[in-house]
Design a protein around this ligand. Structure first.
Ligand code: IMP
Ligand code: MG
Length: 183
């Protein structure tokens, strides 16, 4: 099926919300050291904007996970394909993810990092698809809450395509007349 896309959040909407999140984080972590852990590949664009909007200093590291499943959904069989390279014991950790969907990826990552005894461990997700949860999971910071739609852009992909788009789009089937053709 040919995919089309509809604008969901513009660059302007996104940048405004990222500045708000950075403001909350800067105030919540003021006076404490902070290690931000990004989940590759999806989170890197959001994280790049977020850290540059912070008014506090932070360090950064990255994890990468692979999940076996269909193109649009994780199966719950998750494995870490790249670990962080920092000792997180006694440190304040903020996990940054592109989207919280079934919750399985972040559940896995939080459980995996918690046993390393961080001082604190919080989660910031750019998007939260609440109706899709398969395991109870609440992020501490959320950019936007969305319905059960598949989205691309601003780091989010479909088959590794569309991550580069500066706005967020909903992917829809070509029967939708208002949709802009996907490139
Ligand atoms: P979860 O484990 O189901 O919460 O899924 C998290 C991962 O699924 C995200 O990091 C994304 O890679 C992927 N994902 C879930 N929903 C979407 C979407 O709408 N667009 C692009 N990727 C998605
Ligand atoms: Mg991802």
């Amino acid at each position: 099926m040919t995919m089309s896309r509809q604008l969901l959040f513009s660059q302007e909407d996104i940048q405004k919300r990222v500045r708000e999140l950075a403001c909350d984080l800067s105030s919540d972590y003021k006076g404490s050291e902070l290690l931000i852990v990004g989940v590759l590949n999806g989170a890197y664009i959001f994280m790049a904007d977020l850290v540059r909007a912070l008014t506090i200093s932070c360090q950064m590291d990255f994890v990468r996970v692979a999940s076996y499943g269909s193109e649009k959904e994780s199966s719950g069989l998750i494995k870490m394909t790249k670990d962080i390279e920092t000792d997180i014991s006694g440190r304040n950790i903020l996990l940054v993810e592109d989207i919280l969907d079934t919750g399985l990826t972040l559940r896995f990552l939080v459980d995996n990092l918690k046993v390393r005894n961080p001082r604190s461990l919080k989660v910031c997700a750019f998007l939260d698809k609440r109706p899709r949860r398969k395991t109870p999971f609440e992020a501490d910071y959320v950019g936007f809450t969305i319905d059960d739609v598949f989205v691309v852009g601003y780091g989010l992909d479909f088959n590794e395509e569309y991550r580069y788009l500066p706005d967020v789009y909903k992917l829809v089937g070509n029967e939708d007349k208002n949709a802009e053709g996907a490139k």
